[in-house]
Design a protein around this ligand. Structure first.
Ligand SMILES: Cc1cc2nc3c(=O)[nH]c(=O)nc-3n(C[C@H](O)[C@H](O)[C@H](O)COP(=O)(O)OP(=O)(O)OC[C@H]3O[C@@H](n4cnc5c(N)ncnc54)[C@H](O)[C@@H]3O)c2cc1C
Length: 445
C-alpha cells in the first residue's frame, strides 16, 4: 500500500510547466551597468514578473544575504515569508557541519576503508592531532578534556600537545616542542593529508569590506556594534554576523558621548549619581560589559585617584579602557552565529511590520530604527558539545556528560534538530542509514 502511494505521488510529480506568455522583466535580460568596472548590476530577476506573488515580492525591500552558513540560515528561518525580497549569494547550496574531524576520519578508516584495504590501514595509516595547549578541548571541563584524550589514545589517534607547527611541506608537518632540557626541539611527521583548523582569518571578501570602511581596525573580523550593525557603513543597512564579525568591546571609544549624555550638571566631571546613570548607558551600548560593571560603587572609588568624589575625564578613560580589556569577544562557533542570525531575522521582521509606524514617527534607518524595535544582541551560552568518534561529550556549565554510543546518539539528535529544513533532515537520516547498512561512500576517495 505504502509503495503504491509512493508511486502514485511520484507519477504526479512529472508535469510540464506552462511557460508561454509568462512575462519576463526587461531589466533581467538587459541589466543596467555600474560600479568602477561597469559590470551588470542585478536589480531584477527573470522570475520577477512571473505571477502576482512575485511581482508583489519585488516591490518589497531587497535583502541580500552573503553566505549560506549557520548565521545566514538563522536569519532565513526566522524571517517572515513575504516581508523582504531575499537574495542569498553563496557558492554552496548546502550548510556544512564541521564536527571534530579527526574523529570522523578515524571512524572512516576503521569502519569503512579497513574493509577494503585492511593491510594498508593497519600498516600505513595513522592520524595525529597537534595541539598548542596542554589539553585538547581546553574550553570544556577538565573531565571532558581527559575523557577525549583517553578516547583518542585508546583509538590509536596520536596526540601531541604543547607543540607548535613551524611549517607544512607537501609531504610533512614540522613542529617544535620543548625537550627535557626546556629547549625547543624540532620534529617532523610524514603526511598525505593535513587539516588546518587552528582558528579563523578574514576571507578575501570580508577583508575587502573591512578595508573599504572607515572605523574598521580589527585584524580578524568586521567590527559591529551591539545591534550587529557594521561600524562605518550606513546605519541599519549593513549587518555582519557569525565568524565574519566581532562585536565591539571598546567602551573608551564612546567616552565623549557617554560623558555628554550622563554629565547632567555639565561640570565636566562625573559624580556618583551620574556614574550610576552612565553604567546603565554602557550596559545598553555594550551588553557584554555587564558582568564587569556589577560593583558600581567599588569601581567608582577605585578609579577616583584624587579622591574628590567624582571622576574626571582622565580617570574615566582609564576605567573604561580597563573594563574594555576585560571583556572577552564571543567565540567563533555555530551557536553564536545561529543565535545572531535568529536575532537579526526577528529584528528585520519587526522592522518590516512596523515600517509605516516608524516612518510616521520620523524614525528612518539612520535615526535608530534598531533601538526602537529591539534591544541589543545578547548571547545565551547553552553549553558545548563535541563528537569524538562514536562517542560524544556535553559541557552544560554546571553539568557535563560524556559517553559512548548513547552520548553519540544524543549528539546526533541535536545536530538533526538543528538542520535547516525537513528535506535536509531526511537527507541526513538517509545518510546515517546508508552508513549503518552499507558503510560510508568511498567512491570519491
Ligand atoms: C573544523 C571545524 C570544526 C568546528 N566545530 C564546531 C563545533 O563543534 N561546534 C560549533 O559550534 N562550531 C564549530 N565550528 C565553528 C563553526 O563551524 C562556525 O562558527 C560557524 O560555521 C559560523 O557560521 P557562519 O554563518 O558565520 O559562517 P559559515 O557557516 O562558515 O558560513 C559562511 C558562508 O559564507 C560563504 N561565503 C564565503 N565567502 C563568500 C563570498 N565571497 N560570497 C558569497 N558567499 C561566501 C561560504 O561558502 C559559507 O556558505 C567548527 C569549525 C571548523 C572549521
Amino acid at each position: 500500500m505504502l509503495t503504491g502511494a509512493i508511486f502514485l505521488h511520484d507519477a504526479f510529480t512529472y508535469t510540464d510547466k506552462h511557460i508561454d506568455g509568462v512575462p519576463v522583466a526587461p531589466l533581467a535580460l538587459h541589466p543596467e551597468r555600474g560600479g568602477p568596472k561597469n559590470l551588470p548590476v542585478v536589480k531584477s530577476y527573470l522570475s520577477d514578473l512571473e505571477d502576482s506573488e512575485q511581482s508583489e515580492l519585488c516591490e518589497k525591500p531587497h535583502l541580500v544575504i552573503v553566505g549560506g552558513g549557520w548565521g545566514a540560515i538563522g536569519v532565513i528561518n526566522t524571517l517572515k515569508t513575504g516581508d523582504y525580497h531575499v537574495t542569498v549569494v553563496s557558492p554552496e547550496t548546502y550548510t556544512t557541519f564541521t564536527p571534530l574531524l579527526p574523529s570522523e576520519m578515524y571512524d572512516l578508516c576503521q569502519e569503512d576503508i579497513m574493509n577494503y584495504y585492511p593491510k594498508m590501514c593497519r600498516q600505513d595509516v595513522s592520524i595525529t592531532v597537534i595541539q598548542s595547549r596542554e589539553h585538547i578541548l581546553n574550553t570544556y571541563s577538565e573531565a571532558i578534556s581527559q575523557y577525549a584524550e583517553k578516547k583518542f589514545m585508546h583509538d590509536g589517534v596520536g596526540l601531541i600537545t604543547n607543540a607548535r607547527v613551524a611549517a607544512v611541506t607537501p609531504t610533512s608537518v614540522i613542529y617544535t616542542k620543548k625537550g627535557a632540557d626546556g629547549k625547543p626541539e624540532s620534529h617532523e611527521i610524514p603526511t598525505n593529508f593535513v587539516l588546518w583548523s587552528t582558528g579563523i582569518a578574514m576571507n578575501p571578501f570580508v577583508a575587502r569590506v573591512s578595508s573599504l570602511l572607515p572605523n574598521q581596525v580589527h585584524r580578524k573580523a568586521i567590527e559591529v556594534d551591539a545591534h550587529l550593525r557594521v561600524k562605518g557603513a550606513p546605519m541599519g543597512e549593513v549587518y555582519a554576523i557569525g565568524d565574519a564579525s566581532t562585536i565591539e568591546t571598546s567602551i573608551v571609544s564612546h567616552l565623549l558621548d557617554l560623558v555628554d549624555e550622563s554629565d547632567k550638571n555639565k561640570d565636566g566631571k562625573i559624580d556618583f549619581e551620574e556614574w550610576e546613570d552612565m553604567v546603565q548607558k554602557i550596559k545598553k551600548r555594550i551588553p557584554m560589559s555587564e558582568e564587569h560593571l556589577s560593583r558600581v560603587r567599588e569601581l567608582f572609588d577605585l578609579y577616583d585617584s584624587d579622591a574628590d568624589n567624582s571622576l574626571n575625564l582622565n580617570e574615566l578613560a582609564v576605567l573604561l579602557q580597563e573594563i574594555g580589556h576585560k571583556i572577552t569577544a564571543l567565540p567563533a562557533t555555530a551557536q553564536v552565529a545561529a543565535q545572531q542570525g535568529k536575532y537579526l531575522g526577528r529584528k528585520l521582521s519587526k522592522v518590516a511590520r512596523q515600517r509605516s509606524v516608524l516612518a510616521a514617527n520620523g524614525l528612518t534607518t539612520e535615526a535608530g530604527v534598531d533601538e526602537a524595535v529591539s534591544s541589543p544582541f545578547r548571547y545565551l551560552h547553552l553549553g558545548s558539545l563535541a563528537y569524538i568518534g562514536n562517542a560524544a561529550v556535553f559541557d552544560l556549565g554546571k553539568y557535563s556528560f560524556m559517553g559512548g554510543l548513547a552520548a553519540m546518539y544524543a549528539w546526533r539528535s541535536v545536530y538533526w534538530s538543528e538542520q535547516v529544513s525537513s528535506r535536509t533532515r531526511a537527507l541526513l537520516m538517509i545518510d546515517w542509514i546508508v552508513r549503518g547498512v552499507w558503510g560510508r561512500d568511498l567512491s570519491r576517495l
